[in-house]
Design a protein. Structure first.
Lengths: 459, 539
């Protein structure tokens, strides 16, 4: 009772050549912003004339508009990316109007009865025409196997790229398929161990690669690009996150010996690697010991306002990326995690900070968190109107330190808009910008320092 | 034949790394950090927002050359990017975290396009038919199978059907971290793996007992820590860290993980003639976006329900300084089991002098309002003289008092991180016995008609331009005198110029501190002037 249709269907299916993945060479270039360029070289078997070539094992998130295929002596007619997925329901839906084989299984004896049926409809239930009768499939709940003779051409288990080409001559040749895909990304992760006794840090840098593209890239030559090329199509992102504390104090002016692409730095992985689907992979790129680091405190009062409670100052660590007394490398964007040894000598996590792409020779100043023992209480003592557009604000800052050593807090009063000047102050300030006044306040061990300043603001 | 179209990838032929399994941890250190953005209050056992640093010491037996070392049994909440492995002389080539777990769905996915056996049993006879074929699809959970007999869908016939798979590699039972290392020769080493993991939290839970006279409290506290991971940490050095540490990795930074699922054998529409028609679903083609949206969701940590609560004995945690944080060490090794919350004694202090203050805030510019109950506060200072003088990590505080001869809960509130020498304020809720009624008594444009309350010291007659007179009545229905603080909220530039009670200042704002006698009412009257001149302008 085997149908001749099966063989017909199979030959139709085979008319599409599958790009055989055996002799394959992959190279993957991953940008920092969830974007990768995949270059896939494989041998393809080309016949003379028109044919379709299917590429499996491509990224499940391939951007089909970026696909390009290059091989000798072929011309491309069209490229298709099929993402209609093969499911039992789709299989039945596409079989409407066609013949299927049903096998009734007698529950008492297990005996099989085969019949040919035509699928009339699949709306809510499957309606079949068997001979001259109409039946609903498995309406009585008895077992019925349904056998399809073929899978419709464009139903796939996985999204599949197919290219229709005309071959100028038959034969095997090397083809290069390249495309862009999201789902692959990387960032840097840094581990910094701060040694309190000599104020030095050891820093290790790792690139962290993640693959959620749905495909495994076997034995790929991998290149990481520290930069995010902007996407032309609709991906223009006008959203700017709220201003964060700037980590880059002084931008560096030194050049490293890393390879570059335009203005981006390149980080090639030393060995070919397999990037499995849903894998997070880390490869080391930086290991520096004994870099001098400075620990300090910073408090930012965003405007001339009162806090009801004392607020913790930020704990700040700063260091250089210079070749002299620094990390001696440019740093790709990522997260830097600080550790410090406890009394038993075990490293403990003390906070993390995000850094942007940082040129060599820069000074970085990173927050690890709030200082438990160093707090600042900012209070508006008095606000007086001198004239209609002229106000005087008397501020008092109480800095407390519950540590057994004295600390210096960099106190920044921000939000000095308009024509702001300081009339009187208990300690000399500096003005890094018109909107900011800054004091370096020393707070004695287990003690307290009060700073007062009177601001006149005209606008 | 059809298998060609869904071509199998070549097995990773290049890397001939020996696969080595590290021994289970011989030593464990667990340091629990609080939820970074919680400022006071208890932990939520259903959704632990904190994290932990876990350090495991493991023994590994390395062969010469390159090998892939697997660490099984790491916490499910591991943040793989934070993993550090130390102890290898030749260094680490790469670290991997494979998030594809062994599950029925993963078995089907990894067998796609490869030979598989379909087992079909006839219920009546018990005979099993074995059918060799290929999986064509597992898309959207529907499994399509091809054999020499044709194409069929799994479990749509009503017959008992299942697959028998060939062994697959690369799927592990639990999230597994692996590192590729190179060793100059065969050796046995102790290596340390440390990583950050989600699904932990801790808070301090204080309980304060007020003395009979309400003038002192006994304060005790527990450290409550919890682990919602599926992995336990037996006999670990355990500590907790107080203070706010900066965290940058947000939710979007969670590395993808496929926690697996069952084989969903979805069929074609299975309605029968006896079904009541409901709604016809338009079943269009699935868009690519939907396909993308089907990416595995990050593992839901909060789904874990915590099963066990363990309270340990009288040994207190030891505090030490860790940079700008406070570290509390549990004195003995302890087991932090999977889905467990545990309590360790933080402190016990007795006879801490406190005083009770009632208070209210009044917005001067607000129109007449109904009377509101005053709030009640317990105040003290965190000093050694007050039998305190130690860092108080944030958490919740429950205050107990004596009522009807019993120790009863009076109020529960949150407490922030309090350093030594700071003021401590415990919120005791509202007191219906002490009511505050604020009224605007009189508005006078012409100073000649204004009431003349006593001038506030420091205010000269000439500078006074009077707007309105305000009256605040504070009634006390308690049988004892209460200490009361009335704080005023003024517009910028405004100040209180006349008042019939002594005026003070707190945080730059005017405050009246007074005693309200038992079963009595006190009225405060004050007048406010604005530094601007518009008050005198004719409307």
């Amino acid at each position: 009772m085997r149908l001749p249709l099966i063989f017909m269907a199979c030959s139709a299916w085979l008319s599409a050549t599958s790009a055989w993945a055996a002799d394959r060479s992959l190279s993957v270039t991953i940008y920092a912003d969830d974007l990768a360029l995949v270059q896939d070289r494989r041998d393809i078997e080309v016949k003379e004339g028109r044919q379709r070539i299917e590429f499996t094992e491509v990224s499940g998130q391939i951007r089909p508009e970026t696909v390009s295929l290059a091989a000798a002596d072929i011309s491309i007619i069209e490229q298709n990316f099929d993402f209609d997925l093969l499911t039992p329901a789709k299989l039945m839906e596409k079989a409407v109007g066609q013949e299927i084989t049903i096998v009734r299984v007698n529950p008492a004896t297990g005996a099989e009865t085969r019949e040919q049926a035509q699928v009339l409809a699949t709306n809510g239930g499957v309606v079949l025409k068997i001979g001259q009768r109409i039946e609903v499939l498995r309406d009585d709940g008895l077992p019925v196997r349904v056998i399809f003779s073929k899978v419709p051409d464009n139903l796939r288990a996985r999204p599949t790229l197919s290219v229709s080409i005309i071959g100028a001559r038959a034969g095997t040749r090397r083809a290069t398929l390249s495309y862009l895909t999201p789902g692959l990304g990387w960032k840097a992760d840094y581990v910094a161990l701060y040694n309190e006794s000599d104020a030095k840090i050891d820093v290790q840098g790792w690139v962290t690669l993640t693959n959620s593209s749905g495909t495994t890239y076997d034995n790929a030559q991998t290149l990481l690009v520290a930069g995010s090329p902007s996407l032309a199509d609709g991906a223009a992102n006008n959203y700017r996150p709220p201003a964060r504390r700037s980590t880059l104090q002084v931008p560096g002016t030194e050049s490293g010996n890393r390879e570059r692409l335009g203005d981006y730095y390149l980080y090639p992985l030393a060995e070919r690697t397999t990037i499995a689907n849903l894998q997070t992979k880390q490869v080391s790129f930086l290991d520096v010991h004994g870099v001098p680091a400075e620990h300090g405190y910073e408090f930012r009062n965003r405007w001339l306002g009162t806090a009801e409670m004392p607020v913790s100052a930020k704990s700040i660590y700063s260091f250089s990326t210079s070749a002299h007394a620094g990390l001696g490398d440019q740093l790709p964007a990522g997260i830097l995690r600080f550790y410090m040894r406890d009394k038993r000598g075990d490293p403990q996590f003390i906070g993390e900070s995000r850094i942007d792409h940082t040129p060599m020779g820069s000074t970085l100043s990173l927050t690890t968190g709030d200082a438990f023992d160093v707090k600042v209480h900012a209070v508006v003592e008095k606000r007086t109107r001198i004239a209609t557009f002229d106000w005087q604000t008397d501020m008092r800052y109480e800095l407390t330190n519950a540590l057994p050593r004295s600390v210096v807090v960099k106190l920044r009063q921000e939000g000095l808009w308009g024509d702001s000047s300081i009339k009187t102050e208990s300690q000399k300030s500096t003005r890094p910008s018109a909107e900011v006044a800054e004091w370096a306040v020393t707070v004695p061990a287990n003690g307290k320092t009060t700073l007062t300043a009177s601001f006149e603001t005209r606008y | 034949m059809l298998g060609l179209a869904i071509a199998a990838a070549p097995q990773a032929a290049s890397v001939l790394a020996a696969e080595i399994l590290a021994e289970p941890p011989s030593d464990l250190i667990v340091t629990v950090y609080r939820a970074p953005y919680r400022n006071g209050g208890s932990i939520d056992l259903d959704d632990l927002q904190g994290f932990a640093l876990i350090s495991e010491t493991r023994t590994v037996h390395l062969p010469a050359g390159r090998s892939r070392l697997r660490f099984e049994g790491v916490a499910d909440g591991i943040e793989p990017a934070s993993a550090i492995v130390t102890g290898f002389p030749g260094g680490v080539i790469e670290k991997n975290r494979d998030a594809r777990l062994l599950s029925p769905a993963a078995l089907v996915a990894s067998t796609l396009g490869k030979p598989v056996e379909l087992l079909r049993t006839i219920r009546k006879t018990g005979k099993t038919e074995r059918l060799t074929g290929t999986l064509l699809s597992d898309a959207e959970g529907g499994v399509v199978f091809k054999s020499a007999q044709g194409i069929e869908a799994l479990r749509c016939s009503g017959l008992p059907e299942t697959f028998s798979f060939e062994p697959v590699s690369g799927l592990s039972a639990r999230p597994t971290l692996s590192v590729e290392v190179r060793s100059p020769g065969a050796q046995t080493r102790q290596v340390t793996l440390s990583y950050l993991s989600r699904g932990f939290d801790w808070a301090a839970d204080y309980s304060a007992t007020l003395s009979d006279d309400g003038k002192s409290v006994d304060l005790g506290a527990w450290v409550t820590l919890a682990n919602s991971n599926g992995v336990g940490f037996p006999s670990a050095h355990t500590q907790v860290v107080a203070g706010t540490v900066n965290r940058e990795s947000g939710e979007e930074e969670v590395e993808p993980i496929d926690i697996g699922g069952p084989i969903l054998a979805q069929c074609w529409p299975r309605g029968s003639t006896s079904d009541v028609p409901m709604m016809i679903m338009a079943n269009g083609g699935r868009s690519r976006d939907e396909f993308r949206a089907n990416a595995p969701a990050p593992m839901a940590m909060h789904a874990a329900s915590l099963q066990e609560v363990v309270v340990t004995g009288a040994k207190k945690v030891q505090q030490e300084q860790l940079g700008d944080l406070k570290l509390y060490r549990v004195p003995e090794r302890t087991t932090l089991a999977s889905r467990q919350s545990k309590q360790v004694r933080l402190m016990d202090r007795s006879r801490i002098p406190v005083y009770t203050v009632y208070g209210a805030e009044v917005d001067v510019d607000e129109d007449d309002a109904d009377s509101v109950p005053a709030h009640r506060l317990l105040r003290t200072k965190n000093t050694a003289a007050n039998h305190l003088g130690l860092a108080l990590p944030s958490g919740s505080v429950a205050v107990f008092g004596l009522g009807g001869g019993q120790r009863l809960l009076e109020h529960e509130s949150g407490l922030r991180d309090i350093a030594v020498d700071e003021d401590v304020e415990i919120n005791m809720g509202e007191s219906p016995d002490v009511q505050v009624t604020a009224k605007k008594e009189k508005v006078s444009i012409d100073p000649a008609h204004a009431d003349t309350l006593p001038l506030v010291p420091g205010v000269s007659l000439r500078s006074v331009k009077i707007g309105a007179a305000h009256r605040v009545a504070i009634s006390n229905a308690r049988p004892t005198d209460v200490q009361f603080e009335l704080r005023l909220q003024l517009e910028a530039g405004a100040r209180v110029v006349r008042a019939d009670h002594a005026l003070g200042a707190k945080n730059g704002r005017p405050i009246f501190r007074l005693k309200v006698p038992a079963n009595n009412t006190v009225t405060i009257r004050y007048q406010v002037a604005h530094t601007g001149d518009r008050i005198l302008r004719t409307p």
